[in-house]
Design a protein around this ligand. Structure first.
Ligand code: ADP
Ligand code: TRP
Length: 335
């Protein structure tokens, strides 16, 4: 068994924003340093949300290009599409036969969908909920277990799914462990408040709050988006509290420590206006993201480069998946 396999799935739905970059992409790429890593585009998970073929195609390309542009090195990380690994879907069927239905009834995403029906006064609480949503945790467990994933970098919102995967691995190991055992995976989750990037209104940056700044906005639009972040009317010469300022909090994630300390000092002393702070923020974000934006655009413009990269990860991923599924089939008696 390979030691310390890091694995994560990237759900390609909608454009990525600065919060995804700070909270998901950067930490997952940093976690991968020095380990055996498998990162994939979770396209069948996205199918739960996107039912338009062209839109799905475009989202898959954009998700892959985003991670590559942000520094995922396909030579070192096995990078592939979930849909290219048929073994995952066979394992999903096998794991479903061991997973109690009650576990799925308690899944957060499913419960939230039922709660929305309750609030809307809809009597049939499962109305509008399909089996894709209901089975989502089993598919996610199969994604992880088919590669013998041991460490799974994810956001806090995914922690229940990792616990479910550990439970499902446990059911299998309990029944068939004499023949084959899955490693029981653990999440790599940053729980600190400091890792949450605020949006333009101060709440957590999120597509659903419409307070986000897209990751690869063209330079001019990025400058505008930063200038539009609301600030109070404290005059330029007055001292200001950096810790209650949204642009300053954003700056701490993009500028180096020296710059952050310098800006903090200037705000506290008075004489630095919000406009100056926003200029510093724009410079810091644009310096970090400018080259990545260029690479993203290059990848999106090429007809073939993305497919070539994704195809190159495929053999390495499938050979692991074939071996694991072979062991699982032998263990359960389907030879
Ligand atoms: P959204 O809330 O915009 O729909 P997603 O749920 O698609 O974002 O986020 C995908 C991942 O990106 C999450 O699991 C989380 O790790 C990370 N993430 C999203 N928003 C933020 C944020 N504001 N700060 C830090 N990390 C975030
Ligand atoms: N469910 C994850 C999300 O919504 C994406 C995902 C699918 C995933 N399969 C995975 C993450 C396996 C980690 C491991 O973001």
């Amino acid at each position: 068994m390979a030691a310390n396999t890091y694995l994560t799935g990237i759900k390609p739905t909608g454009d990525f924003h600065l919060g995804n970059y700070v909270g998901a992409i950067k930490p997952a790429l940093a976690a991968a340093e020095g380990y055996d890593t498998f990162y994939f585009i979770a396209d069948y998970h996205a199918l739960n949300i996107i039912k338009d073929a062209d839109e799905l195609r475009q989202s898959i390309r954009s998700g892959a290009a985003t991670w590559l542009a942000c520094g995922l090195d396909p030579e070192r990380t096995v990078f592939y599409r979930q849909s290219s690994i048929p073994e995952t879907f066979e394992l999903t069927t096998i794991l479903s036969t061991l997973t109690p239905k009650g576990l799925m009834n308690r899944a957060h995403a499913y419960k939230a969908a039922r709660d929305r029906n309750t609030e809307a006064g809809i009597a049939e609480l499962d109305s509008g909920i399909n089996m894709g949503l209901y089975n989502y945790p089993v598919l996610m467990a199969a994604d992880i277990l088919i590669m013998e994933g041991e460490r799974v970098p994810v956001g806090r919102d995914q922690s229940q799914h990792i616990e479910y995967t550990a439970d499902i691995a446990g059911y299998f190991n309990h029944r068939y462990g004499d023949s084959y055992s899955f490693p029981v995976p653990k999440g790599v989750i940053d729980d600190s408040e400091a890792s949450i990037l605020p949006g333009t209104d101060g709440r957590k940056m999120s597509k659903s709050y419409d307070n986000h700044i897209p990751l690869f906005l063209p330079e001019k639009k990025l400058r505008k988006a930063i200038n539009r972040i609301p600030t109070d009317s404290t005059p330029v010469e007055d001292p200001k509290d950096p810790d209650t300022s949204i642009p300053f909090q954003l700056l701490t994630h993009f500028a180096d420590a020296e710059k952050v300390a310098d800006v903090r000092q200037r705000l506290e002393a008075g004489g630095m206006g919000w406009g100056d702070l926003k200029k510093e923020l724009f410079e810091a974000v644009n310096t970090e993201l400018g080259p990545k934006r260029e690479r993203y655009e290059e990848l999106m413009a090429s007809e073939t480069e993305l497919d070539e990269i994704l195809d190159s990860g495929l053999e390495r991923a499938r050979s692991r998946a074939r071996r694991v599924l072979g062991d699982v089939r032998a263990a359960i008696g389907i030879d």
